[in-house]
Design a binder for this molecule. Structure first.
Ligand code: PBG
Length: 325
């Protein structure tokens, strides 16, 4: 009979031993919490397909952020729901719209909070596509101008970072130039660089009322089958001045996160998207999964794959567990 000399189980025997050799450690420092905001007062409307997530008004967004401060979560990303939609998504750059108003309210109250804004047109256009239409196609260069104008309006409201999620070619460069020309060189760009055309965005499109009215987003978001193309997208965004590059979604794309991290010496963000959140919630509500453990395992895996920061609807729940342990 042969027995092993080296036994990995020796270092798994007790929690203190496991603690000593643990390779990845999650921390609330890594979390970015998404907020859906609309104009009004005292709004806190639950989003049916995302239990625990709400539509907020600027005042309730401030209240929600007090809780984030207590939990030591450093950053939020804002998504806006407009009062009216039109062909060109013009409320996206309205200085009095929900996002701009909430940015101001948050920065007044919490100057240290990192306030990031999602820059896209799909919530604001009547057709639900991420840009300006030319027939049934999204016109790339006409969209760049509107995106740059939107990013600038967020910077003028006080945003620390803008995050273009539209997937137009050249948008990072267009936004970077517009910001610099207007004296906002300190405002960072977090680019949704490798954003896939994913069915995991379903619940978000309910939350943001942003589903396309015809067709789909395959002509601008990436094919889930491609990995080398993700590296080219990341490369372009870095050359155009991105400060942080993002992979989205996270869970089905851990290989992409890892490859981007290994290939580029750049901060990498990952978006743990709505469908990834809602499927854990739904299974937990059925009693089929242990929500806390699956949540922590998922977030740890995203970090282990190479993500420096994680946009997640679980940020508060996970931070609560981390601060208790
Ligand atoms: C806007 C945008 C989307 C998400 C973030 N920004 C939706 C989409 O591209 O259809 C999805 C986020 C999530 O599912 O949590 N373009």
């Amino acid at each position: 009979m042969w027995f092993p000399d080296y036994r990995p189980r020796r270092l798994r025997r007790t929690e203190n031993l496991r603690r000593m050799i643990r390779e990845t450690r999650l921390s609330p420092d890594r979390f970015i919490y998404p907020l859906f905001v609309r104009k009004g007062k005292d709004i806190r409307n639950p989003i049916a397909s995302m239990p625990g997530v709400f539509h907020l008004s600027p005042d309730t967004a401030v209240r929600e952020t007090e809780e984030l401060q207590r939990l030591n979560i450093p950053a939020v990303i804002l998504f806006g729901l407009p009062e009216a939609k039109d062909e060109k998504g013009s409320e996206a750059y309205d200085p009095d719209a929900a996002v701009q108003t909430t940015v101001k309210a948050l920065k007044d109250r919490f100057p240290e909070l990192v306030v990031i804004t999602d820059v896209c047109l799909c919530e604001y256009t009547s057709h639900g596509h991420c840009g300006i239409l030319d027939g049934h196609e999204v016109h790339n260069d006409a969209t760049l101008e509107v995106l740059a104008r939107t990013a600038l309006s967020h910077a003028e409201a006080g945003a620390d970072m803008v995050a273009p999620s539209d997937m137009m070619d050249g948008r990072v460069g267009a936004i970077r130039h517009a910001l610099d020309e207007n004296g906002f060189d300190r405002v960072a760009v977090m680019a949704y660089s490798a954003k896939y055309c994913s069915s995991f965005y379903g619940p978000f499109r309910d939350a943001a009322d942003s589903a396309p009215q015809f067709g789909d987003r395959r002509a601008y978001q990436m094919d889930p089958a491609n990995a080398l193309e993700a590296l080219r997208e990341v490369n372009l965004d870095i050359e155009e001045g991105a400060d942080i590059v993002m992979v989205k979604p996270a869970l089905a794309y851990l290989d992409i996160i890892r490859r981007v991290k290994e290939e580029y010496d750049y901060p990498v963000a990952a978006y743990n998207v709505s469908g990834e959140y809602s499927m854990i919630k739904a299974a937990a509500m059925q009693g089929w999964l242990d929500e806390e453990r699956v949540m922590m395992e998922t977030l740890t895996a995203i970090h282990r794959a190479g993500a420096d920061c994680i946009i997640t609807y679980f940020a508060k729940d996970a931070a609560r567990i981390l601060s208790a342990s």
